[in-house]
Design a binder for this molecule. Structure first.
Ligand SMILES: *[C@@H]1O[C@H](CO)[C@@H](O)[C@H](O)[C@H]1NC(C)=O
Ligand SMILES: *[C@@H]1O[C@H](CO)[C@@H](O)[C@H](O)[C@H]1NC(C)=O
Length: 167
């Protein structure tokens, strides 16, 4: 009886050691994977651009978002969270970041996509800074691994501009 417990214990220790080793290898092999994600975003239409009663400007737009994030997926990837943010500078803040769309990519097969969508979240500036202002659209991603550390990166796309006049 005694030796049976000992044996089971030894087996368990062995299993845990192997598991730890596999986790370490998974994390390590992830570090060797240098992903090359790509994204393209077009603003198809800014169909509303107004100053609200409280003085803050609001923008409604239609976006064409395409991306290929397949290289982010390894066998250690659980899922990838993505969001697209409008980023611009104002006198008050060097970086204003407003999330326009987000999604969870569950698998490599889903990591190559394009969608046409209006902004999922309200785009309201803290003030009225937007007329004729340049902005970036940045695709951010957070890779959630099965084991090891989460990591994040982004692609910034430049050359967008808000209209000169309200519509
Ligand atoms: C949207 O993007 C996709 C992929 O880049 C492209 O094939 C399609 O023509 C675009 N649609 C419009 C309306 O520009
Ligand atoms: C927009 O992107 C460019 C290029 O990555 C960067 O130099 C600039 O600081 C960005 N602007 C904002 C407001 O984040």
């Amino acid at each position: 009886m005694h030796s049976y417990v000992l044996r089971a214990n030894a087996l368990l220790t062995f299993a845990v050691t192997i598991l730890a080793l596999m986790c370490a290898m998974a994390t390590l092999s992830d570090n060797f994977n240098s992903p090359s994600p790509a994204s393209q975003v077009q603003v198809l239409n800014i169909y509303r651009f107004q100053k609200k009663r409280d003085g803050n400007e609001e923008v409604s737009l239609t976006l064409n978002i395409s991306a290929n994030l397949q290289s982010l997926f390894t066998w250690n990837t659980k899922q990838v969270f993505v969001f697209l943010a409008a980023e611009y500078e104002t006198p008050k803040n060097a970086l204003n970041q407003i999330s326009l769309w987000d999604g969870i990519i569950p698998s490599k097969e889903d990591a190559k996509f394009w969608i046409q969508t209006t902004n999922k979240y309200n785009f309201v500036d803290q003030g009225s800074n937007l007329q004729n202002k340049d902005f970036n659209l940045t695709l951010h991603w957070h890779v959630m691994p099965k084991t090891g550390k989460m990591f994040a990166d982004k692609i910034s796309m430049t050359g967008f501009r808000f209209p000169e006049t309200y519509r």
